[in-house]
Design a protein around this ligand. Sequence first.
Ligand SMILES: [Fe+2]
Ligand SMILES: [Fe+2]
Length: 295
Amino acid sequence: MLDTIDAANKLQQTIGRISNLPTPPLVFQQINRVINDPGTSAYDIAVILSEDPAMSVKILKLSNSAFYGLRHEVTSIKQAVVIMGMEAVRSMVLSTAVFDIFKKDTIDPEIQEEFWRHSLATATCMRMLVRSLSGTWIRKSDQAFSTGLLHDIGRLVMYSYLPDDYQAAKKLHETDAVPMLMAEETALGYTHSNVGALLAQKWGLPPQLEDAIEFHHYPHLSKDESSLAYMAHLADYIAHLTLDTEEELEKDPPHLDPVVLEELKIPEDRLKSYSDTLREEYTKAETFIQMATGM
Ligand SMILES: [Fe+2]
Ligand SMILES: [Fe+2]
């Protein structure tokens, strides 16, 4: 956790070194801009999407997939936007953009696979939590899905744009058997959460999403009222417990801050059922990533 002025300065210097931080594609920028306007209709989104045929095909396929489980075939983009909801379209366009940008030969396929598996599991769990909880955050369900997908995006940014820092943290993690988050804090003075929040800011993502990315490991520091950071912390924990291999769990045991259960009013004995549901839902959700990434 960054709690000193020195650490904050060091982070600023490091982030300044990422001068060529990637920018999202035009279709994402256009959708992101109009989606924040309350007057935007499904038709407006459909017009933007139709300018990008590859994206249009993905959206249509996804709306007809097991992820939505509809009985009737969706045949137009406008219909797909109405069914999926605008935020889901943004999630889809966003994950496609992230995948395209970071799908470089330089990224170890094993790291990519692990990243998407964990991100998708966390996103699925976020969606599940939103459905089972009641409160003001209920309307942010699709934003919750995007938060899950992107909460660890800083790790990919570090891997690609700050390779020396990434390797230094990884070395400490492996040689001293220190959890990865702690290794980042000790070796670098900043974490993937800070880097992820910076990317979110640069890409103009909603402030709640940026906040949840920044504080998913320390939700009590969140400055947002929506509890999205608390949900991200819990979803991250359940996703690790449910889908990590035994070796991964041993190397990096997931941590749950008990304050999260209090904040979200969830009894501890409900965690097991969340984990069981996630295991079932995850298979359906894999369609989302397959459509977005072609993996
Ligand atoms: Fe994380
Ligand atoms: Fe995570």
